[in-house]
Design a protein around this ligand. Structure first.
Ligand code: HEC
Ligand code: HEC
Ligand code: HEC
Ligand code: HEC
Ligand code: HEC
Length: 397
């Protein structure tokens, strides 16, 4: 009897886990080389805490500031979007007690669940391409794995209805072929923190202007001639198809911001004006709540000497806790300030010319996390600390 029970436990825990064949993009690379290489440059491949200093430090800071929280419990909650192939979706009260008591076998069990290879691979090929059905309730927001039904393992859903692969089954699904944001909204529509404050709202921003652009044309690529697989059977040539890059572009791995924001700068009477037009269907910055765009202006006099201190304008959100102190989006009880560029909008930033100003240099840059919050939570990875320069220009008046 005991053994039957053990066998049952073993089988039921294996069932929700991915077979080794589908766990890593390395299993796909031989035949889908470019796709795999591109995906590796994206944040989708770094969404596990072991590969992402900002995410890891955020989890630790939340627990440090709220002793009622248990680290592994928070990790399980966040995993529903960050690592949706997790085999456990909730935690029982008795498990919490064992974790708090620091029982070794329980700690080990949770480490196996949270830190295994399929989890480390993040938003992997087998996350998206195994999604059979998507159910999004826009009132509730994105639910990650709770808003999807995964298909049979080994069937790759995709945009084509006439493919054959020697490695896996294939099946057409509209949510890959059409231009709609349905698949992306599984995780990117919106999400409220426990205090009811919206911490992500890219999809809501998109709906607010009733766009029909989708996400793929900018964040993957426009459709172009290419191959779905570079593997060809019996020396046949791979079929030429209309495909897209798997870059999931962001500021660090593309010129997406340069390409989708118009910048004008000019002098008008006693003012220097910078005008930004957001051509994207969501706010800029969007997504994770501590992203920032920084405009720095330096004025010079006739002999090219600096006048005054640099002047700054920051586009981003300031999150406050109930004491009115700056905090992480997930811990916030209010949004104290939101100075982001609204979707498809134009905004002017006016800087009064100091006396004797004959020229100005401005720099537009991007940060993945607000400098002060990075310091507070102890982020050390330079990927998150550096400022990504988007544009620098000098003007003589
Ligand atoms: C975030 C979701 C997501 C992830 C992760 C992802 N894909 Fe895709 N994939 C898509 C979408 C969306 C399309 C359809 C693109 C289009 O409109 O043609 C697609 C299309 C494809 C195609 C068909 C060719 C093409 O470009 O249309 C192949 C093959 C493919 N993906 C393989 C992979 C492999 C291999 C990985 C992992 C290295 C991967 N995908 C990761 C979303 C994803
Ligand atoms: C041995 C080679 C091989 C391996 C390994 C392989 N594939 Fe494929 N895959 C193919 C071929 C061939 C096609 C069809 C190409 C065509 O018809 O243009 C394909 C098609 C696809 C499609 C498009 C399906 C459609 O109908 O739209 C997806 C998605 C896909 N593969 C995902 C994956 C993923 C994810 C992995 C890794 C877990 C993987 N493949 C591993 C050869 C392979
Ligand atoms: C299963 C959930 C999920 C799905 C589906 C998903 N994403 Fe993501 N996406 C995430 C998470 C989580 C991150 C953040 C990862 C990190 O940095 O830790 C992310 C990050 C991103 C980023 C920032 C990328 C970067 O390289 O900096 C972009 C852009 C993005 N996703 C676009 C898309 C698009 C477009 C789609 C639809 C084709 C999509 N995502 C589908 C969960 C998802
Ligand atoms: C016209 C081009 C365009 C379209 C269409 C578009 N985006 Fe973006 N997206 C951008 C630009 C430019 C940025 C970089 C600035 C920023 O972070 O807001 C960006 C940034 C993002 C980020 C943050 C990336 C990061 O590193 O933090 C996410 C997430 C994102 N977009 C998701 C989406 C989703 C989901 C859709 C579809 C509903 C979409 N985008 C449609 C241009 C576009
Ligand atoms: C509803 C889905 C969802 C849930 C649940 C979720 N996230 Fe995210 N998270 C995202 C998406 C989508 C992005 C990407 C946004 C972007 O790139 O700007 C992201 C990005 C992040 C980032 C930025 C990572 C980077 O590489 O820059 C951090 C940090 C983060 N999330 C922390 C958390 C924490 C902590 C939790 C749990 C308390 C959590 N998230 C739960 C969807 C989710």
């Amino acid at each position: 009897m005991k053994y039957i029970f053990l066998l049952f436990l073993l089988l039921s825990s294996l069932e929700s886990e991915l077979d080794k064949k589908w766990v890593s993009n390395k299993n796909c690379e031989a035949c889908h080389q470019d796709i795999s290489k591109h995906w590796e440059t994206s944040r989708h491949s770094n969404s596990h805490f072991s590969k992402n200093d900002l995410y890891k430090k955020s989890l630790e800071y939340m627990v440090l500031k709220n002793p009622k929280l248990i680290l592994d419990e928070v990790k399980i909650k966040c995993a529903k979007c960050h690592n949706p192939r997790i085999s456990k979706t909730s935690i029982k009260n008795n498990e919490k007690i064992l974790l708090v008591l620091g029982i070794d076998s329980t700690k080990k069990e949770f480490k196996n669940i949270l830190d295994n290879e399929q989890m480390k691979n993040g938003i992997n090929c087998a996350v998206c391409h195994n999604i059979d059905e998507i159910h999004l309730d826009k009132e509730i927001g994105s639910q990650g794995l709770e808003g999807v039904k995964f298909g049979v393992q080994g069937t790759m859903f995709g945009p084509f209805d006439n493919t054959k692969s020697p490695y896996h089954k294939t099946q057409y699904k509209a949510h890959f072929a059409d231009n709609s944001p349905t698949l992306c909204f599984t995780c990117h529509y919106s999400h409220n923190n426990e205090q009811g404050i919206a911490v992500y709202s890219t999809g809501k921003e998109y709906d607010s202007i009733q766009s029909d652009e989708g996400c793929k044309s900018c964040h993957m690529s426009k459709k172009k001639k290419g191959v779905a697989s570079n593997y060809s059977k019996d020396g046949e040539k791979p079929k030429v198809r209309m495909v897209r890059d798997h870059r999931f572009s962001s500021v660090d791995n593309s010129t997406i911001l340069q390409d989708n924001i118009d910048i004008k700068s000019y002098k008008e009477e006693r003012n220097f004006i910078i005008e930004l037009s957001n051509n994207s269907p969501h706010s800029i910055p969007t997504g994770y709540g501590l992203r920032e765009i920084i405009i720095t202006v330096q004025f010079y006099n006739e002999s090219k000497k600096k006048i005054n201190q640099k002047r700054l304008e920051i586009l981003g959100v300031l999150w406050h806790d109930k004491k009115g102190k700056a905090t992480l989006p997930f811990m916030a009880t209010s949004k104290a300030k939101d100075t982001r560029l609204a979707p498809k909008s134009t905004q002017q930033y006016t800087f009064t010319l100091p006396k004797g100003a004959k020229s100005a240099t401005y720099i537009l840059s991007y940060r993945f996390i607000n400098k002060k919050m990075a310091k507070i939570i102890g982020v050390t990875d330079s990927f998150f600390l550096k400022e990504y320069k988007i544009k620098e220009e000098s003007l003589d008046f």
